[in-house]
Design a protein around this ligand. Structure first.
Ligand SMILES: C[S@@+](CC[C@H](N)C(=O)[O-])C[C@H]1O[C@@H](n2cnc3c(N)ncnc32)[C@H](O)[C@@H]1O
Length: 221
């Protein structure tokens, strides 16, 4: 899959995938979007003794990196599992890292995160453990339970098979009651499929450039 690095409006980089005409993040600001949708709206309000997060789409690792920084800053224990079907090649994450470094400075954490082993819980810092899972989420099954889900697949226009009721039912089973899911898409079909899967769904104001996003929760029985 050809991926081209592009700078977004906040100066942070993203990848563009020409064959899908799709980017990994909002062109209004990659870090701005990740920080808004996943950190501010979902992670920051959580206060479990250990927060177990599952992410669909590890990609550049930006959401994982921001979660790690939040964990160390707020001294919150986070166990972060992220699934990825098309991992970046070493050359790609290194080139992406150079642009991220121009924008953000310290890259040591980013490199460790990409270089670490897959399919293993790896202690990245005092408060953050990461497991990267190289698999297709469509065929993935686990008995593990999570408190939060970052749903960050490609958009429902280009990847409708990942935004179905069946997929959201699988995520629902993977979550603890009271667990919360966040995603950047607010499409009607996404909201309806989540509701059919059992979620309580809220559309809230989105990050700059996006009118709305979705926060969904698994109700207590
Ligand atoms: C919108 S990008 C977001 C990536 C990431 N969260 C980031 O911040 O860079 C979507 C990601 O989902 C991955 N993906 C697409 N289909 C997948 C699948 N069936 N299973 C697992 N990952 C998938 C893509 O390869 C891509 O890395």
């Amino acid at each position: 899959m050809l991926r081209i690095i592009r700078k977004t409006d906040d100066g942070s980089p993203t990848f563009h995938v020409p064959c899908m005409n799709e980017s990994y993040h909002s062109m209004y600001g990659a870090v701005q979007e990740s920080d808004f949708v996943y950190i501010d709206k979902l992670l920051r309000p959580l206060n479990h003794p250990v927060i177990r997060i599952f992410e669909v789409g590890f990609g550049t690792g930006l959401n994982a990196l921001l979660s790690w920084r939040e964990a160390e800053k707020k001294k919150k224990h986070i166990c972060f599992h992220s699934i990825e079907k098309y991992p970046l090649k070493k050359k790609e994450w290194k080139e992406f890292g150079k642009v991220l470094e121009e924008w953000n400075g310290d890259l040591s954490g980013y490199i460790r995160m990409h270089a670490c082993e897959w399919e293993k819980d790896v202690k990245m810092g005092d408060f953050f453990k990461l497991q990267k899972i190289n698999a297709d989420f469509a065929g993935y099954e686990t008995e593990k339970k999570y408190d939060a889900v970052f749903f960050d697949a490609f958009g429902p226009e280009v990847q409708p098979e990942l935004w179905t009721e069946k997929i959201f039912k699988k995520i629902f089973r993977m979550m603890e009651p009271g667990g919360v899911l966040s995603t950047y898409s607010s499409k009607g079909i996404v909201r309806r499929n989540m509701q059919s899967a059992g979620f309580s769904v809220q559309r809230i104001t989105g990050p700059p450039g996006k009118r709305q996003m979705i926060l969904a929760s698994k109700p207590f029985p």
